[in-house]
Design a protein around this ligand. Structure first.
Ligand code: BGC
Length: 716
């Protein structure tokens, strides 16, 4: 399937740099024009390697004990994207009428071929007409490889064509003051940095070392012209009408986190890359994607709207694949590798939103994500000590390599539920795969450390186990006692850890403490409203006047002091509703429905993580109009730029959320220790939903069809 945009829209340049980016879990390249842009054009020209970061100061003007004073940031590495195109003395420039005229312009993401393309039919001021076709690929078969195929066809041009390929290591990160979701100023991160012209091939190799993390990155660039090796950066040809010249640019990246001597590794890898023609690399990419879609594809059949969702779903799943970590040295960043939003940090987005679809369709990638967290346990232990906890681990709210990088603790470090989210993912992994090897080597250790933290954090009060002074998922309500989501998740973590540990023959007396705390866990319930309050004081607060708040003042976080928000009943995102979705066993249907209707009225959905969960719960409750409306908004969130910030990167949690809404919501999938089951509720215009799940090594095609008033579910 292809996602295509026709026509050139200067106002959408930044957005399209994100939407058409190429990534493969190891490297990511924004879709910038090779020819560059005129002065003053907004562009975030970037290439990133997953897990490659620098550290920067995070000054705390009031330096209280234990505040993070330094953070990790994903660094923009050397820029290999540039190619300058001259037709005689005229430069290709699509931006102004003075240079020429665009006859047609099209961008296309081919999700079966794994390439993104740009096709421009252009006539210069002096009437020289060409068709430029640029095809880019971040290879899944060889994760260090990114390619640009730059083909120029002359329509009527006779004369000299000159292509000049650039590779610069002098790059900075992007900054945008006034938005806490991105860095506030552009920063350079490279200390030592050199660009070699490597002999004998005359390719260029940039080697740069980040000023503080000390991580070294190498990008090697080589060229072929019309399929033949070209030892330089400048190429000229005498063009005639109908003639095509194709410059192939090969970029291989390596870094010192993955091994020593990155330059030698990149050069060796490059030799292997160049020994095969580009079509062979495309073939390997296609083969990878054919295999991927075999388990990942989802198809909705029904009315025109129902079927229109298929393309957007494909797009979301493709983005998850592009963003999913290629190895366990890194996680799944909130923006994947598509931009610098949230400075490349991983949050709970990974475990709670991106993980579920991967677990059911690419379990090996889900495993990589858990291994990443396990690898950061030593830092999580340090973090727990810093926050005054004994013998346990506390995972950071936001991070790249495991160190806490959140500077605003009320809506950051205080989100202790991140620990519970990771343990929840481990238990889900155990349910879906039964992989006892992982449980023995890493899973049980993660569970035990997390449960120890719950015991140290909470305490008994009047016979109930309570957890005070934490923040739940809703970032408009901070530092509260007994956040329902956190307590319910802690209860789940504790009881499943006891069960799994005993099954594995672990019999330490601490299990008794876990069991007791799980059984005594306090889960707030309000008998008058019949709902679960978000926390102990939530229902005492006045309601925020959402209807009376001007449209222009959303998202609220950009227009109101956090304390003003904290004093009101107003939610940024699903919180109790989220816990009813993942832990429905702790509430009855009536409380789930009443809570849904209550929180729906006070939720702004300022976070992209919100609507998919409201969709899933509405679908399970059979509130189909609501479910469909939430789904519509979630499934195309990036494609429609609904949150007006997709320019800074895709929203991977929402992409995973759209799958969750569809499969866990509409199809009603439940995953337990006993297997998978389905209780479907499809919207009116939908007749059939087909997808595949992998359970304990078995690939199971699932088809849900309307059958009179009910549904027929076929598995296998
Ligand atoms: C949300 C968090 C989320 C983060 C990164 C915030 O706006 O409130 O729940 O983890 O974005 O996506």
């Amino acid at each position: 399937m292809k996602y295509t945009v026709e026509g050139f829209d200067r106002d959408k340049l930044l957005l399209h740099e994100t939407l058409f980016h190429n990534a493969n879990g190891y490297l990511g390249v924004r879709s910038c024009f090779e020819e560059g842009y005129p002065e003053g054009t907004d562009s975030i020209r970037g290439m990133y390697i997953n897990g490659v970061y620098n550290t920067v100061d995070m000054p705390q003007p009031e330096a209280f004990f234990g505040f993070a004073t330094e953070k990790e940031v994903l660094v923009n590495i050397a820029d290999p994207q540039s190619i300058d195109l001259m037709l005689g003395k005229e430069n290709l420039c699509v931006f102004c009428d003075l240079c020429g005229e665009i006859i047609s312009f099209k961008r296309e993401l081919d999700m079966d071929a794994g390439t993104a393309a740009r096709r421009v039919h252009w006539r210069s001021k002096k009437g020289k007409e060409i068709i430029l076709t640029v095809t880019r690929m971040a290879s899944f078969a060889r994760r260090s490889l990114f390619t640009i195929e730059y083909a120029v066809t002359s329509v009527n041009f006779t004369g000299e064509l000159r292509l000049t390929s650039g590779h610069t290591h002098q790059v900075t990160n992007h900054g945008s003051p006034g938005d806490p979701r991105v860095a506030d100023k552009p920063l350079g991160h490279w200390g030592r940095s050199v660009n070699y012209i490597s002999e004998p091939e005359r390719g260029s190799t940039a080697v740069s070392t980040a000023s503080r993390s000390g991580i070294t990155v190498c990008t090697a660039v080589r060229h072929k012209v019309n399929g033949l090796y070209w030892d330089g950066h400048d190429f000229t040809a005498q063009m005639k009408p109908g003639m095509t010249v194709t410059l192939e640019k090969y970029v291989v990246a390596s870094d010192s986190r993955r091994g020593s001597r990155p330059m030698i590794r990149a050069d060796n890898e490059m030799k292997k890359v160049l020994s095969r023609p580009l079509p062979e690399h495309y073939k390997a990419q296609k083969a990878f994607l054919t295999k991927f879609w075999k388990t990942a594809a989802v198809t909705i059949e029904g009315d025109a709207e129902a079927e229109s969702f298929n393309l957007a779903m494909r797009y979301n799943l493709y983005q998850l694949l592009q963003s999913a970590p290629a190895d366990s040295l890194c996680g799944m960043a909130a923006k994947g590798l598509s931009g610098e939003g949230y400075e490349g940090h991983c949050f709970w987005d990974g475990e709670m939103f991106a993980f579920p679809p991967l677990l059911l369709t690419q379990p090996e990638t889900a495993l990589t994500m858990l291994r990443f967290r396990h690898g950061t346990l030593p830092k999580a232990r340090e973090n727990a000590r810093l926050l005054g906890h004994k013998n346990s681990a506390l995972f950071p709210w936001r991070t790249i390599s495991g160190a806490e990088s959140s500077g605003y603790f009320p809506a950051g470090t205080a989100q202790y539920h991140i620990n519970g989210d990771i343990a929840y993912a481990v238990v889900q992994y155990y349910f879906a795969t039964g992989d006892m090897d992982f449980m023995r080597k890493a899973g049980l250790e993660l569970l035990l450390e997390i449960c120890r933290l719950w015991l140290d954090l909470g305490h008994y009060h009047n016979g109930r186990f309570v957890i005070n002074g934490v923040t739940g998922p809703d970032e408009y309500t901070c530092m509260v006692n007994n956040n329902y989501y956190t307590n319910a998740l802690a209860k789940h973590n504790l009881s499943w850890t006891v069960h799994i540990a005993r099954k594995m023959g672990y019999t330490h007396p601490e299990l008794e403490d876990f069991k007791r705390a799980a059984e005594a866990m306090y889960l707030p319930y309000d008998a008058v409203l019949g709902i679960n309050p978000q926390d102990d004081s939530f229902l005492q607060k006045p309601l925020w006047d959402i209807d009376g708040t001007p449209e222009s003042r959303f998202p609220l976080l950009l227009h109101y002091h956090p304390m003003q928000l904290f004093r009101h009943q107003v939610c940024k995102q699903a919180d109790v509703v989220m816990s009813h979705f993942i832990l429905e066993e702790y509430a009855d249907k009536d409380a789930i429905e009443k809570s849904f209707l209550y929180y729906e009225k006070i939720t702004t959905h300022d976070s992209s993580l919100s609507k998919p969960i409201f969709c899933a719960v509405a679908a399970r409750l059979g509130l189909m109009d609501k479910a469909l409306s939430y789904f519509r908004d979630s499934v195309s969130l990036d494609l429609n730029d609904t949150h007006s910030n997709s320019a800074d990167g895709i929203h991977t949690a929402n992409s995973g959320g759209a799958y969750i809404a569809l499969i866990y919501g509409f199809a009603g999938l439940r995953l337990t220790e006993d297997g998978v089951s389905f209780t479907p509720h499809l919207p009116e215009g939908w007749n059939r939903l087909s997808f595949t799940v992998i359970h304990k090594g078995k690939t199971i095609p699932v088809r849900i069809e309307r059958d009179g008033e009910g549904y027929q579910v076929s598995m296998g």
